[in-house]
Design a protein around this ligand. Structure first.
Ligand SMILES: Nc1ncnc2c1ncn2[C@@H]1O[C@H](COP(=O)(O)OP(=O)(O)OP(=O)(O)O)[C@@H](O)[C@H]1O
Ligand SMILES: CC(C)(CO)[C@@H](O)C(=O)NCCC(=O)O
Ligand SMILES: [K+]
Length: 260
């Protein structure tokens, strides 16, 4: 069997085909396309794929984008798309958001992926789940898997564009991250990076204060690797956190259906 997982973000759609429906399954094919270019999936990226038997995804882009993806799936294959949305509970992860369904599906799925990795390792612990993409999210789970809440920050790109747009004198190329920047480019790049790192440090402290123990720390998203060198080394970079979460959800739902 082969199984398609899709993560539609604000900037890019990421997809991956696995040989089974559980985290750790073998990756058979994968790709990413900018949202402006998603119309080419059926004619290009997906055209010669071994037809998958099922699909699960999460989407934080517009309904129009999601529908455009569904149309291409329909054109090529005969399964119905399944989109995960945040709910009160999925597996042992529970949702503390005021309005659980308003939590971004990507955040929900990444936390479920992190929780899965955490439980594979051993004892339950609190978790700090950071996603670095168009936006940055910094989310907290307690040791029982309850989502306590999280931060949403502008991503690095949005921060720099906002500064460029809102000032007369800031139009400079990307610089280096350094502790004491001595030129505008380095000052901007470092400011963005340490704004994100600072929010992450604060959430680390918040979790420790609330839960009485330090969290295990997870990092993902397209620019996760750029943030990793500036974070505590205890952060584990797992590029596939959303796909792992999606595969785990699909597996659990299938098990639940069989035993019902
Ligand atoms: N040096 C950096 N440090 C942190 N973030 C950065 C850096 N450079 C770029 N970025 C951010 O990375 C984002 C691009 O990441 P990419 O498109 O790979 O993420 P993504 O996870 O696919 O995003 P999404 O899921 O939101 O579509 C840019 O929007 C920018 O905000
Ligand atoms: C915050 C983003 C943009 C991160 O991708 C996404 O998760 C989203 O659109 N969330 C909806 C709002 C919320 O999570 O509260
Ligand atoms: K994302």
């Amino acid at each position: 069997m082969s199984f398609l997982a899709i993560d539609i973000g604000n900037t890019r759609l990421k997809w991956a085909v696995y040989d089974a429906m559980h985290p750790g399954a073998r990756l058979l094919a994968h790709g990413a396309v900018f949202i402006e270019n998603i119309d080419t999936l059926a004619e290009e990226e997906w055209k010669d794929l071994l037809p998958p038997q099922a699909m699960i995804g999460c989407c934080v882009a517009s309904d129009a984008v999601r529908r455009r993806v569904e149309e291409q799936i329909e054109e090529l294959w005969d399964f119905a798309p399944v989109w995960v949305v945040a709910s009160n509970q999925e597996d042992d992860v529970t949702n503390g958001y005021d309005h659980p369904s308003r939590l971004g599906a990507d955040r929900w799925v990444a936390m479920i992926g992190a929780r899965w990795h955490l439980l594979q390792r051993g004892e339950p612990r609190p978790a700090l789940v950071v996603m670095v993409g168009t936006a940055v999210t910094v989310d907290a789970l307690d040791a029982s898997g309850h989502f306590l809440g999280g931060f949403i920050l502008p991503g690095h790109g949005i921060m720099l564009r906002a500064l460029e747009g809102g000032t007369a004198g800031l139009r400079v190329p990307t610089g280096e991250v350094c502790e004491f920047p001595t030129n505008t480019s380095d000052a901007l790049t470092s400011g963005g990076t340490f704004a994100i790192a600072g929010a992450i440090d604060r959430m680390h402290r918040n979790i420790e204060a609330r839960c009485g123990e330090p969290p295990s720390c997870w990092l993902t998203g397209g620019a996760g690797w750029k943030m990793a060198p500036h974070l505590d080394p205890s952060f584990e970079l797992v590029e596939t956190l959303i796909f792992d979460g999606l595969l785990h959800i699909a597996e659990r739902r299938a098990e639940a259906k069989r035993t019902r």
